[in-house]
Design a protein around this ligand. Structure first.
Ligand code: MIC
Ligand code: SF4
Length: 646
């Protein structure tokens, strides 16, 4: 069979299992990345496993999310992560180095290597041909300590590109157009693989933008081949030796194909409150805008920043607009400061932020009440900006910069084209923010924990009878931002699950915690795509802390489903969608003989309605054992893929 590149890379890394769609396999992980808001949990779990040495070729611990230091909590987390990196021999990337995905693309990701990251946008690395996957924190801790990661063999979705982008169009418009066509569930169970003659017109930073927002399609990963554009990028980054050509076999077979002519793509806009609520900018009319934010791991590359500079040159930010810009890395910030780009931004009236996630995760720059904020970011879920009633739109840096000048969401073609943006001949990557591992004998024996770093909640072995009330019934596409909200006041508590649990589901209902305390051992009922968005395992640990035993949904997002299993919470699926409609909040539910029935169809008795409901719980043998033992941590300590079983 002629193979896709995705299949080739999975095959190269296969440790156990069969490469058949839907089967669970274990793959070797070459590199990991963590960021601080998920990283503290990763390193607490790594400490609980306490390996003598790490099993990856390279593991990098970034600090880019919680960089606001309004008291001791965030800096204590940074110090803890640094001490864990030093103890276990990881590279520590200090705050200021930039956003993990941008920095990793520039300095560490390699074509053909596997990369697992505790952040859903890890597939950014697919832009240079890495097999890059986002996962929950515990999966990443296991990859560091044990070298493996389990996943279901995805199908492969070919996106066949022809043509080349017009002068006002950004790679962001490509992925927004794909989101418009396929929706936030469209990539579920797939690796998105980009092919076709249009490839050669796209640089690595443009490819990375497209792969980055593959996360919003729900895809397992996104992947470009490694070709002369990849070699060129690596040469400019001073690491041409990392280049390795990689491509699918000619005439490889794919499970699905989408054809896209890049020349036909127009400036696009994701409207509130979902990245797939996409229209073309020209379709929406003149929406006055109050805030424009440019940056994030999606669109903060050097060429993106220079497109913004060219639009701002000789112009002023509109009086009613606050324009904030966060360049993606220290390397980019330095280049902009050397070539005068920064001076142009400041001269136009932009507010320059440090190279970090910043407003993308609500770390500052919350919009005013009811404001319209236009962002070059990847997520516009309700409340994520820090202002519940703000309307967040997503667009390219070009559309953002033009709108900041115009005062309304405007098509960048209303201003003269900024011209093609060349990458610098030599990026001159900044290395001064990295702390590299020392010799094993010189490493510290202990980590440094501040008072806000609390132990993670203990998982429970599966009971034989599960009985509990429906604490909350939600609709489709409930995000991890709904389950465990994030903003500048909550992010400092990412190491403190008991505190965070007070805010569970706060964007949807005010009293989830009180409900959970009044009916211990409760359940959650939801519609399609439950747990979409972030990889944060906090969205499983918070319900675990509150005693939740199971979630019953029409379907689950990939990373969140695994996080639930890792935490010993059952991800149950309605066999018949009508049953979802019939269940009410407060109903008392029961499943008998759970341990014996696991992995088969389950019968749930709705005791309040005297009605039986058929559920399914498709599990691999490994997942079954993990649930029976009550969580992944203990299981992984001794498990060897394809080897002796626990
Ligand atoms: C996000 O963009 O939602 C985040 C914040 O980067 C998350 C990680 C987190 O919740 O800490 C992600 O994408 O996984
Ligand atoms: Fe950071 Fe935003 Fe990217 Fe998440 S999506 S890693 S918060 S920049």
């Amino acid at each position: 069979m002629k193979k896709s590149l995705a299949l080739k890379l999975l095959e190269d890394h296969l440790l156990a299992g069969e490469l058949k769609t839907g089967q669970e396999i274990a793959i070797k992980i070459d590199q990991t990345l963590t960021q601080d808001s998920t990283g503290t949990m990763v390193y607490l779990q790594l400490e609980a496993m306490d390996p003598d040495k790490i099993e990856t070729e390279l593991s990098v611990a970034y600090v880019d999310h919680n960089t606001l230091q309004s008291d001791y909590k965030n800096p204590d987390d940074h110090r803890f992560i640094q001490s864990a990196a030093e103890k276990y021999g990881l590279v520590f990337s200090k705050p200021g180095a930039g956003i993990c995905h941008q920095v990793h693309l520039e300095q560490f990701a390699k074509p053909g290597k596997s990369l697992l990251g505790s952040d859903s946008h890890t597939p950014t690395g697919g832009g240079l041909g890495a097999l890059a996957i986002g996962a929950g924190g515990l999966d990443v801790a296991v990859a560091i300590a044990r070298g493996y990661y389990y996943l279901k063999v995805p199908k492969v979705y070919q996106v066949y590109l022809t043509g080349s982008l017009g002068p006002h169009v950004n790679a962001k418009d490509v992925i927004l157009t794909i989101l418009r066509k396929l929706g936030v569930k469209g990539g579920l169970g797939y690796i998105m693989e980009y092919t076709g003659p249009g490839l050669k017109s796209l640089s690595v930073p443009q490819r990375a933008t497209i792969c980055n927002m593959g996360a919003e399609l729900g895809a397992t990963s996104s992947l470009f081949p490694s070709d002369e554009r990849t070699q060129d990028f690596l040469r400019r980054q001073g690491r041409e030796e990392d280049f390795r050509p990689l491509a699918a076999d000619p005439d490889a077979s794919y499970d699905q194909t989408l054809e896209l002519d890049l020349s036909e793509i127009k400036p696009a806009l994701a409207c509130p409150h979902s990245p797939d609520a996409v229209k073309n900018v020209e379709e929406v009319g003149r929406i006055p805008v109050n805030q424009v934010a440019i940056g994030s791991c999606t669109n903060s590359s050097y060429t993106d920043m220079m497109a913004v500079v060219k639009i701002l040159e000789g112009r002023q930010v509109h009086p009613d607009v606050s324009l904030v810009i966060s360049p993606g890395s220290a390397t980019i910030l330095r280049l902009l400061s050397e070539n005068g780009g920064l001076a142009t931004m400041i001269g136009a009236g932009a507010r320059i932020l440090e190279s970090a996630c910043g407003p993308c995760i609500g770390m500052g720059q919350a919009p005013s009440s009811g404001a319209v904020s236009l962002r070059s970011f990847n997520r516009n879920f309700k409340g994520r900006s820090g202002t519940l009633d703000a309307d967040i739109y997503l667009a390219s840096p070009q559309t953002c910069a033009a709108s900041a000048v115009l005062g309304y969401i405007g098509d960048p073609s209303e201003l003269p084209p900024p011209g093609a943006q060349e990458e610098p001949e030599n990026y001159g990557p900044v290395k001064s923010y990295f702390i590299y591992p020392t010799d094993p004998e010189n490493r510290p024996k202990a980590t440094l924990k501040g008072p806000n770093i609390k132990p993670f909640p203990k998982t429970r072995p599966l009971p034989s009878t599960l009985k509990g009330r429906v604490l909350f019934k939600g609709g489709d596409h409930i995000t991890t931002d709904d389950i465990c909200p994030s903003n500048a006041s909550l992010l400092p508590y990412r190491s403190n699950i008991p505190y965070l649990s007070q805010f569970a589901f706060k964007t949807l209902i005010p009293d989830f915690k009180e409900r959970a305390e009044a009916s211990p051992g409760g359940l959650i009922v939801a519609g399609d795509n439950y747990g979409q968005g972030s990889s944060r395992e906090h969205a499983a640990l918070v319900p675990l802390q509150l005693g939740v035993q199971a979630v019953i949904a029409l379907s689950f997002a990939r990373i969140h489903r695994q996080n639930l299993i890792n935490s010993g919470i059952l991800p149950l699926v309605f066999e018949n969608p009508e049953d979802y409609k019939s269940i009410n909040e407060g109903d008392l539910l029961e499943i008998k003989d759970l341990r014996d029935q696991l992995g088969r169809g389950l019968v749930l008795r709705n005791l309040s309605q005297n009605k039986d409901i058929a559920l399914s719980l498709p599990l691999s043998d490994r997942e079954k054992k993990v649930l029976l033992q009550g969580g992944y941590l203990n299981y992984a300590k001794t498990h060897v893929p394809g080897g002796k079983e626990n």
